[in-house]
Write a new protein. Sequence first.
Length: 302
Amino acid sequence: MNYLSAVRVAVPMVLALCLLACKPATMEQGKKEGTVLAEVNGKTITTEDFRQEIGHLPPYLKPMVQSAEGKKELLDSMIVREIILAQAKKDGVDKSKEVADRLEDLRKRLIVETYLKKKVEQEAKVSDEEMKKFYEENKDKFKSGEQVRASHILVKTEQEARDVLAQLKKGAAFEELAKKYSQDNTAAKGGDLGWFSKGAMVQEFDKAAFGLKEGELSGIVKTQFGFHIIKVTGKRPAGVRSFDEVKDQIKANLLPAKQQEIFQKMREDLKKGAKISIKEDALNDFNPDAAEPAGGAASPTK
């Protein structure tokens, strides 16, 4: 199964799951921003709603909605959810105790999550000294072969690639044309693929990118994904990467442990300032598989 076939199979199934699992975009009535994409029983779904919906998708799903088919599937999911929501309201589900209880539980969880995220992010800092110490003690981890940094513009047909290449040769900005024409998830970043080593890309792309000088533009490169125009924006020889080159990588490695440390300290400090009484006997006797007695009263013991 090739890439496009896999997308055709995966998109409907995964986006259908997101109908229930993913956080929906706000679709309140009133003045709404963006162009109308669909109307459902008098309510509109706009491009702004659609953009928010994409923003709430898990990262691994976002590339799927770059295609026309993926966009249609996502819009269909939004339409179906709106229909279900309207029917559920007619049936009074939105007023049910079950929904009210879950909303209250979600509200509490969101408050706690927001508080912890804010406090931990404010206090969890990784110093330059900590990062330099890690770098000096782990230099072997930062060895790499030759690397290039490249940007690309990916289109479906050779004629489209020719048209884009002609614009580039006339002086058009690569980043702007990538944002306008490129059909993958790097388009928003001007086509930037970041740094990569030999073998990281498909063979045709890899050979073309490593054969270019810094600042040089490729011709049209055909791969299984379409037609690419590549621009090399940086080159690194094989060797140990400098501290400045890997500083962000080191920070990303050290930050989770620092955040966990801050969280644990905050947790203990909060507990010290609270009055806590734990009923050990009741906890030990609790059976999660047993039904709770009416009224929540404790079961009589023998």
